[in-house]
Design a binder for this molecule. Structure first.
Ligand code: NAD
Ligand code: KPL
Length: 308
């Protein structure tokens, strides 16, 4: 079955290249005719390994959102803040047998899209893979990882075997989980504990060791929040997990710090923004988290970046 990939950035091109390498039929859905024209000047989607010594091009076709072809399998690979608008552009091409994989970080966009498409099966993904763009349509696979896939609706748990087989055949390490919400909330909490502080202290992940008391307080509040949100399982050993991630990624800049360094919009509304909104709605006491979010917004605004 044909894949459509909406969002031809780092992860969208990474997926497109790997699927195309296995002769799976893939179409990129690009923003506008200029983007199509730009893409047509290239030899196709390019994929390099982390060393950038080996690159391959894949002549994947490209189309616009208003193309008449129905979409059966869609990978939505844009940023969380673009997701609702992007899906709205192709909603008329989706049917009740379509599958949509939502690759967005954080939380909030996935639920909004499932509400926007009540009859379409939306599968949320949580990935530890890492990629960046060397240039437009050229993805560098910077970090191998694993992708968890699962349905946000508890009543829809039949495993989409063909989809998983397609991904695995393309070398995409992935597994199905009936507990995707738990994965997403845990990743959200880890992102809340690490990413904003790396921006506020302008430091690499490992340097957060010098801010241990703040991280410990933050994790205690996040644990309370996860429990109040019905995600107690995601809160187990959160502090230990945060320190493990900090240790394993000590030399890295968090994705949020990289966004700020490149003057790109962050996904703050879907990370600390979502956590603070949930905390308020659930009546949790999370003063450290709230202050962190407010400081982050002020820092972004001072740098001329969107604070939503
Ligand atoms: P990206 O910015 O590299 O790519 C997103 C692409 O979507 C851009 O090319 C953008 O132009 C396109 N897009 C947005 N709206 C569109 C529309 N309406 N029509 C067509 N194209 C549209 O982003 P990314 O790094 O690939 O990340 C995608 C998501 O995956 C994010 O939520 C990110 O946090 C998450 N994620 C990324 C990585 C990574 O290593 N890159 C790792 C884990 C999670
Ligand atoms: O996921 C991450 C990110 O940079 O977005 C890490 C740093 C691994 C955890 O917050």
């Amino acid at each position: 079955m044909t894949w459509h990939i909406l969002g031809a950035g780092s992860l969208g091109c990474l997926w497109a290249a790997r699927l195309a390498a296995q002769q799976q039929s893939v179409h990129l859905v690009l923003r506008n005719p200029d983007s199509i024209a730009h893409y047509q000047q290239t030899p196709g989607v390019a994929l390099s390994d982390a060393s950038r010594q080996h690159s391959h091009h894949y002549p994947v076709s490209a189309q616009l959102a208003d193309h008449p072809q129905p979409i059966h399998k869609l990978l939505l690979a844009c940023k969380a803040y673009d997701a609702e608008a992007a899906i709205a552009q192709v909603a008329h091409r989706l049917g009740q047998h379509s599958l949509v994989i939502l690759l967005q970080n954080g939380l909030g966009s996935q639920q909004a899209i499932q509400a926007q498409l009540p009859t379409v099966r939306c599968i949320a993904a949580s990935t530890t893979e890492g990629a960046y763009l060397a240039e437009p349509f050229h993805s560098v696979f910077a970090g191998a990882g694993h992708t968890w896939l699962g349905d946000l609706r508890p009543d829809k748990q039949d495993v989409p075997q063909e989809l998983l087989a397609n991904c695995q055949a393309a070398g995409i390490h992935c597994s199905w989980t009936p507990h995707i919400a738990e994965h997403l909330w845990r990743k959200l909490a880890i992102n809340c504990a690490i990413n904003p502080l790396t921006v506020l202290h302008n430091c690499r992940n490992g340097e957060l060791l010098t801010h241990a008391p703040q991280i410990n307080t933050l994790c205690a509040e996040l644990q309370q929040l996860l429990t109040a949100a019905g995600q107690a399982a995601a809160s187990v050993d959160l502090l230990q997990q945060v320190w493990t991630v900090i240790d394993k990624t000590a030399a890295n800049s968090s994705s949020m710090r990289q966004d700020v360094a490149h003057q790109r919009r962050t996904e703050i509304s879907y990370i600390t923004g979502f956590a603070c909104a949930q905390s308020k709605a659930l009546g949790c006491y999370t003063p450290t988290l709230n202050t962190l979010h407010a400081k982050l917004k002020a820092t972004l605004a001072a740098r001329g970046l969107a604070s939503t």
